[in-house]
Design a protein around this ligand. Structure first.
Ligand code: KIV
Ligand code: ZN
Length: 512
């Protein structure tokens, strides 16, 4: 179910879309992303995931680019996938021969047709380009290959010449013709116009290959489909030359949302996006549509309240549709609803009167750039409930620690004990040791540290840490007192835990 805009339906009335498929070029154009290089094993894993997802064609590489590329395409062709495996080739017999060596049944061959490319790259005339295209297609067809032909830089090619190319290549036997927006410059309504013009002379199915230089690759691809194109070239996570190609996830969802057509198994989209990100080492931007970390994350109080009542308030589609999860993020904009919802979900019984304290701690952490995850929320909530014992008798007024390489860690603290101000300094084997010793000097020299435990709550280097200290001797007796604290920095959190243990003992002393 998509909670989309009713205006889409109105605007798209009459554009009936049937038989659309995806041509995935993650392993070819996607691998051309500057900084990405895939091994044969990497490519086979991605090919297998694309096959499970249900893409129609997998462009596995560019056979003429080298022997190892050729071997990899051959290995992918041997995997027995349901998707058709294809290789790219320039429009010449040598490149087509390299494709034939790979034992694939399908070739995607191309030659540039824009005047810019003819003049500055190919240094060929239009007639020469046409002849090369025909020669390559006829050669590929005579060797039993299915052929998809592309006029590279089609969207900057003179329309009459582009039409002439379409007529010529389909007469030569092309099974499909692709229209590349090679430098990502066309605008969606111009794409509609172009496809409709080309449809006047094109009998074979048309595909589009849109680059994202102006951020319009997905919009242009969907506009092409509405105008009659039957296939869309895509890359997982929008990989591809420069700023990439149309993102598979976004195109697939756009087709489902606007044209009721499910071209791949949508529920596998989250997984394939993560798999490709892991294999390529290319992170998924947090704000990437469909599969970014924030695609179904809600933080602000108003939004969370809405989503908890009914997700359609702030989600156009459910995360499950695309194999993702919703998560409520606790941070600077969180409100009581979000916090209570998380506490309930974690089955933590937390007193209502302490919620403001919990929110204040979350916001405090958020100001230092930290979102609070479930494990951290549990630790903070635990800490607040545990601490509900009364006013601190010993207050930490100031604290400084000096440490570094080749210097003795030294700490200075100033405490206020029931109105009496005391300052002390001490050194230690490390900054935590120095800080705890300085506190002991200021409060009571006889305090001994019986136990110290430090744990990181989650794995990251920005994780919260939890410190537990057990001390003895605040009142010159043998009773133990425990203090716990949660925070971002180890030394500060250790100091907080020590102060807490001291205060617990002071409170006990006052009660006795
Ligand atoms: O962007 C492009 O024009 C291409 C061609 C090889 C089709 O990738
Ligand atoms: Zn491309």
């Amino acid at each position: 179910m998509i909670y989309d805009s009713q205006y889409n339906r109105l605007a798209l009335l009459g554009s009936e879309v049937r038989g659309v498929s995806l041509f995935d070029t993650t392993l070819r154009d996607g691998e051309q992303t500057p900084g990405i290089a895939l091994s044969a094993e990497d490519k086979m894993r991605i090919a297998s995931a694309l096959n499970d997802l249900g893409v129609d064609i997998i462009e596995a590489g560019f056979a003429a680019s080298g022997d190892s590329e050729k071997d990899t395409i051959k290995q992918i062709a041997k995997m027995g996938l349901s998707s058709t495996v294809c290789s790219l080739a320039r429009s010449n017999k040598n490149d087509i021969d390299r494709v034939l060596d790979c034992d694939v049944d399908y070739v995607h061959t191309f030659i540039a047709t824009s005047d810019i490319h003819l003049k500055y790259k190919l240094k060929m005339t239009r007639d020469e380009v046409k002849a090369k295209a025909v020669e390559a297609i006829e050669y590929a067809k005579s060797h039993g290959l299915k052929v998809q032909f592309s006029c590279e830089d089609a969207t900057r090619t003179d329309l009459d010449f582009l039409k002439e190319m379409h007529v010529t290549v389909q007469e030569a036997g092309a099974d499909a013709i692709n229209i590349p927006d090679t430098v990502g410059v066309i605008y969606p309504s111009a794409m509609t116009y172009l496809i409709k013009e080309l449809a006047k002379v094109t009998e074979v199915p048309m595909a589009v290959h849109c680059h994202n230089d102006m951020g319009l690759a997905v919009a242009n691809s969907l506009a092409a489909v509405a105008a009659g194109a039957k296939q869309i070239h895509v890359c997982v996570n929008g990989l591809g030359e420069r700023t990439g190609n149309a993102a598979l996830e976004e195109v697939a969802l756009g087709l489902y949302a606007n044209f009721d057509t499910e071209v791949v198994d949508l529920s596998k989209i989250g997984d394939i996006s993560k798999t490709v990100s892991r294999i390529t080492g290319w992170p998924i931007p947090y704000n990437k549509p469909i599969t970014g970390r924030n695609a179904f994350a809600h933080e602000s109080g108003i939004h969370v309240h809405g989503v908890l009542n009914n997700a359609s308030t702030y989600e156009a589609f459910r995360p499950e549709l695309v194999g993702m999860d919703r998560h409520i993020v606790l941070g600077k904009h969180s409100g009581t609803h979000s916090v209570k919802d998380r506490l309930n979900a974690l089955k933590i019984k937390f007193p209502d009167e302490c919620i403001p304290k919990l929110l204040a701690k979350i916001k405090d952490l958020a100001v230092s750039g930290k979102e609070v995850d479930d494990a951290e929320l549990m630790a903070i909530a635990d800490h607040i409930m545990w601490k509900r014992i009364g006013e601190d008798a010993v207050k930490l007024k100031e604290f400084a620690v000096f440490t570094g390489k080749g210097v003795t860690p030294t700490a200075t603290v100033t405490v206020d004990i029931d109105g009496e101000i005391r300052t002390s300094s001490n050194t230690g084997t490390g900054p935590v040791d120095a800080a705890i010793k300085a506190i002991r000097c200021a409060v009571n020299e006889k305090i001994t540290l019986e136990e110290y435990k430090l744990s990181a709550i989650t794995g990251g280097s920005d994780s919260l840490c939890e410190v537990t200290v057990v001390i003895k001797g605040t009142y010159d007796d043998s009773r133990l007192s425990v203090g716990k604290a949660v925070g971002l920095d180890i030394v500060g959190t250790s100091v907080d835990a020590t102060m807490e243990a001291i205060n617990r003992d002071y409170i006990r002393g006052r009660k006795e």
